[in-house]
Design a protein around this ligand. Structure first.
Ligand code: HEM
Length: 572
């Protein structure tokens, strides 16, 4: 019997040898500098793992590859498609906005998100179903609908302000960790926009606060032990089960779903969404489809009203996925960006003062009422816009994104064949690889792996392709060496007007598969930042609580986000 199995295995190996070899040694693209060189087959994997660890994970590693090898580089790792790292701004813009027939959402991202959102935009290739969904929910990102949902964002800001006032009085000048509050406030706001009311996470934290002593952490910070309400807890449990870093997302997720805890959380959310859908449908039926479409002030109401009108039908399961996608795609991203903003403010008192003065001058009404949708934009409040864009640029909430090459495509004069994955690290917004004065870093990736002279030569060769006859670049360059500084002024021209094309930054990606929720995210950021800034001065925190180290989940988080908010007239 053993002999039969052995013979069978030999036959499989013989006929499958090409396939096995292709898994071990992904294809090499001629003319594009490569790391690691030679291709890592199994024996090189520990070396590769060490490089990734040293560079703070996958995106940090891709940043390093770009830094060493220039605006186009390839990474070949056994069992993965050949990855082409592109960090030339003009080419990125071209890939995302013009080469959409050649480059689509990559299959790894689709497989990972499909585990928790089987039929939502983020986990669909650009097919008819994606277009249908996009047409239906796209309306929710228009100014009309965003303006109707603005009161929900304002409610969440107000609740956060109340919570922080109470925490500040408990802390008496000591700091506390704020990212959890920020993400919860973002989730409250996004729930309001997705299905009409917040989950009240922040009010629940407020109600749990009691007068008296709270424990102190090792660096003198106050530690609050508030717990999340059940629905929020279930949402986080599902977020955290997202297998983004696994090579076998489906299997890993299937194993997770076997746990009774996971199933309890999934059932709770499903029951909630069913109930919301039924409420929404009853509301639409009671006023009639036409009126319902017109008065919808959240995405679920909008979808059910359009379904009732009969022009845009979507099955219930797909509607539930789309609404839950708001929570998955919109919470950690917005919360984490706002957490970075808190850090920048804590370290830049001059920016806080300038922003407050700017808002008082441009919108004195804010003293008496919360801002309206049309109050906050690049024309009315340019310095606020600059602070928001600078936060998005520097925080790199999305460390990068990718595209799968579906038809051969030419980038910087090199043909990238079908089947490869293009990786776009957002480091381009910090250190533009196509800046003519940019030079190679001889210490990068370790002297044993890449010869600095070789790097210089390869970079020059890559840039050579860029220069002659290349289309005029539509965005400017950041001043060399300034990319890592927090400096909102870089977005303003001499007249003080906001200039979106001042320099490279693509926090939301671009093109048809760029961030669907960009307008909603911008609304949230403008409303949270302007109102928190008007209410609080974020006083400096001790060095022990002020590290700028980061870690990555789906987004890039600060390891420490501690705040000491005080009122503007405080003498702290
Ligand atoms: C600061 C906040 C946010 C950032 C930095 C951000 C960033 C991104 C990025 C980089 C992508 C990938 C684009 C690509 O692959 O080219 C994306 C996709 C997406 N985002 Fe956001 N996002 C944010 C907030 C939101 C919010 C509030 C929503 C709520 C609806 C949202 C919904 C989505 C969806 C649905 C997709 C997938 C679109 C598609 O595949 O067609 N995002 N986002």
């Amino acid at each position: 019997m053993v002999a039969v199995y052995l013979a069978f295995a030999v036959v499989i190996l013989w006929f499958g040898r090409r396939w096995i070899l292709s898994l071990l040694t992904p294809r090499s693209i001629p003319g594009i500098p490569a790391y690691p060189d030679p291709v890592p087959v199994l024996g090189d994997i520990p070396r590769l793992a060490a490089s990734m660890k040293a560079t703070n994970g996958f995106i940090g590693f891709m940043d390093k590859v770009a830094k060493d090898l220039g605006p186009i580089a390839q990474v070949r790792i056994s069992f993965l498609n050949t990855m082409v790292v592109v960090t030339d701004y003009q080419s990125i813009d071209n890939i995302l906005t013009k080469q959409t027939q050649h480059c689509d959402r990559d299959s790894h991202t689709i497989k990972a998100f499909r585990t928790i959102l089987p039929r939502a935009l983020i986990s669909l290739p650009t097919n008819d179903m994606w277009k249908h969904h996009r047409r239906i929910i796209g309306t929710a990102m228009t100014s009309k609908y965003l303006s109707l949902t603005t009161p929900r964002a304002n409610e969440s800001v107000k609740e956060l302000v109340n919570l922080w006032r109470r925490k500040a009085s408990v802390c008496e000048g000591r700091a506390w960790a704020a990212e959890g509050d920020m993400e919860s406030a973002a989730l409250d706001a996004i729930c309001g926009m997705a299905f009409g009311h917040s989950w009240g996470i922040i009010p629940s934290y407020s109600s749990q606060l009691v007068e008296g002593e709270y424990p102190t952490g090792i660096n003198g910070e106050v530690v609050f032990d508030t717990v999340r309400p059940e629905l929020a807890e279930s949402t986080w449990a599902i977020f955290n089960s997202l297998p983004t870093t696994s090579s076998f997302p489906y299997i890993l997720h299937k194993i997770r779903t076997l746990s009774p805890t996971y199933r309890r959380h999934a059932r709770r959310l499903d029951r909630f969404l069913d109930a919301k859908l039924a409420d929404s449908r009853a509301r639409a039926e009671s006023v009639g489809a036409e009126v319902a479409v017109d008065v919808a002030d959240n995405t679920l109401d909008l979808m059910t009203a359009r379904q009732l009108r009969g022009d845009d039908w979507m099955p219930d399961d797909e509607m539930k996925d789309e609404v839950f996608q708001y929570l998955v795609a919109g919470t950690e991203t917005s919360g984490c960006t706002l957490a970075w903003w808190l850090k920048y403010m804590t370290n830049h008192p001059e920016v806080q003062r300038k922003l407050r003065k700017h808002m008082l001058e441009k919108l004195p009404e804010m003293q008496d009422r919360p801002p309206k949708f049309e109050d906050l934009n690049a024309t009315n409040t340019p310095y606020l816009e600059a602070v928001v864009h600078e936060t998005l640029r520097l925080s790199r909430t999305a460390g990068g994104y990718s595209r799968e090459v579906t038809q051969d495509v030419t980038v910087l004069g090199k043909v990238i064949p079908k089947g490869c994955t293009i990786i776009i690290p957002t480091v381009t917004g910090l250190e533009d690889r196509s800046t003519p004065v940019y030079g190679p870093d001889p210490n990068a990736l370790g002297s044993d792996s890449v010869d600095p002279d070789d790097i210089a030569e390869r970079m020059d060769a890559s840039l050579e392709v860029l220069r002659p006859g290349s289309a005029k670049r539509k965005v400017g360059f950041w001043k060399p060496g300034s990319g890592f500084n927090f400096d909102p002024e870089r977005w303003l021209n001499e007249q003080g007007h906001f200039d979106i094309n001042a320099g490279p930054s693509l926090p939301f990606s671009a093109g048809q598969r760029g961030c669907f929720g960009k307008n909603l995210a911008m609304l949230e950021l403008r409303f949270f930042i302007s109102q928190l800034n008007q209410t609080f001065f974020f006083a400096p925190v001790s060095d022990a609580l002020n590290s700028f180290d980061m870690y990555q989940t789906v987004t890039t988080h600060p390891r420490q986000c501690f705040i000491r908010p005080v009122s503007w007239d405080s003498d702290l």
